[in-house]
Design a protein. Structure first.
Lengths: 262, 317
């Protein structure tokens, strides 16, 4: 065991500084990182909550707005958490700024947690604002608010890890945008944001159970309205499992310095 | 050389190796930098200098060998070694999102050091950043970006400052100012490891020099000793009476007569002493009025060792 070479060192300060820097980063461009996703979600709410929603009824006992709002909240959380870690880390790699961090005592666990928590903060902030705006269109029953918050936290954590992984593997901006446009977007749309998968004909209904995002969306909605396509505990367990696997994957990549250190 | 190596050195490199895609970039180099020393690592493009520096800084993974900074292993004890090192990278590395002032405060935090307003203000003043504190870094000129990079490398008061060509693309005035500042912090106890494009600067700045070529350390000694040992000297002899023919026995010194035979030019090989030649000339009957010696510098040594021709500028990294 080596002794500290000086007493001016605060071991958690590198983490808090990186965390603060990541928050400042998205805050400085808040029009792009916060306002735009909130406006987009508000348009969805207007279209599906106030106009089309009045003519749709996909779940007995609930208005379409009550059905779709949990999906839109979790979609906001997912997209923004992913966007934060993936764009921040990829830009650092692409522009070379990452070496500024690599030469510092920021440890891999501190690195991951700072990026993850800042991204979660952005995702959950967007989700909260979407929920506040949604109160103009429908009142949610909030059957189990704590479980709903827990599911939102798991979703944001999971996509923060996925964003880190995508940023490390991406070769250029095109590859990075492919992750959100050709993977996350279809999986979100087909994962039951706008409809319960129980109304899908076979085999599409069964295929939907293979979509990992279905469990995040269904679990969150289940906690809010009290019903879902699958048991809450299955949705919770699958989500925790995927989040854990992605965390270890990201931790392995960053701990090893894969594509970060030559 | 032992002069600089104290009980605990600032940096010890042992059998350091690195290859990229099977191509060796650094081939088992060894050197030690003493505390308080200014050490220059020189070499042509692709010699392995930046790879070595990046391994010391932690940007490039060590393939084999050891790097020890102030007694700590830079892989096992990286959290200790990295906070004792300040690095000015060869490429301009800044975070465009933030202002100069924010950038400096963030950097202190990355190193686990609380912001010290007095020290930060000193760096700001010494590097002329005061009028630019609220500018986002994207809007800084190239010279200001370089100055900011030096300030951020020093913000946590490192014990060893690594400068990888800090003056590349910087105008003469700023170069002089930067080197003066580097000397000042060295006098205050900071050890310096630098690479530079400008061999004249290295000659003036460095206590010792290591020259790398093809991933190997081909020279390592005190700057003046290296120059004395490896560079030729020109000896100009003003004669009391002009001569027509060059005295016999001087062929190996490439003799040349100038000024209608009044000046005899001789080129002394490295290690050759002038006294012996003077005795030889006196014995040959030549009466010498005045003597001037001109020693070429590090540039000649560099070209001699690395086999480079046609000057140095733009040929080394």
């Amino acid at each position: 065991m080596v002794n500290s070479p000086d007493d001016r060192y605060y071991p958690w300060l590198p983490f808090f500084t990186l965390f603060r820097k990541e928050i400042l980063r998205f805050w400085r461009v808040s029009t792009q990182t916060l306002l735009t996703p909130i406006v987009t979600a508000s348009l969805y709410l207007f279209v599906f909550g106030a106009t089309l929603g009045e003519r749709l009824n996909v779940l007995p006992g609930f208005s379409y707005a009550q059905f779709v709002i949990p999906g839109l909240i979790i979609m906001g959380v997912i997209n923004n958490t992913f966007a934060n870690t993936s764009s921040s880390l990829f830009m650092s790699r692409y522009l070379g700024g990452i070496v500024d961090l690599l030469v510092t005592p920021v440890s891999p666990p501190q690195f991951i947690m700072a990026y993850t928590l800042a991204a979660m903060l952005r995702g959950l902030l967007v989700g909260t604002v979407v929920w506040l705006i949604s109160t103009l269109f429908a009142v949610l029953p909030w059957e189990s608010p704590l479980l709903a918050i827990l599911m939102a936290i798991i979703a944001s954590f999971l996509f923060a890890q996925f964003g880190l992984i995508a940023a490390i593997y991406a070769h250029n901006f095109d590859t990075l945008s492919m992750y959100s446009n050709f993977l996350i977007l279809p999986l979100v749309y087909l994962g039951g944001v706008f409809y319960p998968i129980s109304i899908l004909p076979e085999p599409w209904g069964s295929f939907s159970y293979l979509n990992p995002l279905f469990y995040l969306i269904d679990g969150f909605r289940h906690a809010i309205i009290g019903v879902g396509d699958t048991s809450f505990f299955i949705a919770f367990g699958v989500s925790i499992g995927i989040a854990t696997a992605l965390f270890f994957w990201a931790a392995w990549l960053i701990g090893k310095g894969y594509r970060l250190r030559a | 050389m032992q002069l600089y190596i104290r009980a605990m050195s600032a940096l010890e490199i042992k059998d350091l190796c690195k290859s990229f895609d099977g191509v060796p970039a650094v081939k088992g180099i060894n050197f030690t930098i003493g505390k308080g020393e200014i050490f220059g690592l020189l070499g042509p493009n692709g010699a392995g200098k930046s790879t070595t520096i990046n391994m010391i800084a932690g940007v490039v993974r060590v393939e084999s060998g050891n790097i020890t900074a102030f007694g700590y292993d830079n892989q096992r004890d990286y959290r200790y070694t990295r906070r004792m090192l300040g690095v000015v990278h060869q490429e301009v590395v800044i975070d465009n999102f933030f202002t100069v002032d924010q950038g400096l405060k963030l950097h202190a935090g990355y190193y686990g050091v609380k912001d010290d307003p007095v020290w930060r203000q000193l760096l700001i003043e010494r590097l002329g950043l005061e009028p630019h504190l609220d500018k986002v870094m994207l809007k800084l000129s190239g010279g200001l970006k370089r100055r900011f990079m030096i300030a951020k490398a020093l913000i946590h008061r490192p014990k060893l400052l690594i400068l990888d060509e800090p003056t590349a693309g910087v105008d003469v005035e700023l170069r002089h100012g930067l080197w003066e500042f580097v000397r000042e912090i060295n006098r205050q106890g900071t050890t310096i490891l630098l690479t530079t494009h400008y061999l004249e600067e290295a000659e003036q700045m460095c206590d010792r020099i290591g020259i790398m070529n093809h991933g190997e350390l081909i020279a390592l000694e005190e700057t003046q000793q290296l120059i004395r040992r490896l560079s030729n000297r020109q000896l100009s002899l003003w004669l009391e009476e002009p001569v027509v023919d060059i005295p016999a026995g001087l062929e190996k010194y490439s003799p040349e007569l100038k000024e209608n035979g009044s000046v005899l030019l001789l080129r002394l090989p490295a290690g050759e002493r002038a006294g012996r030649i003077l005795r030889q000339l006196t014995e040959a009957g030549l009466r010498i009025q005045d003597i001037e010696t001109d020693q070429s510098g590090l540039e000649e040594v560099f070209i001699h060792l690395t086999g480079m021709k046609g000057g140095v500028d733009g040929q080394q990294s």
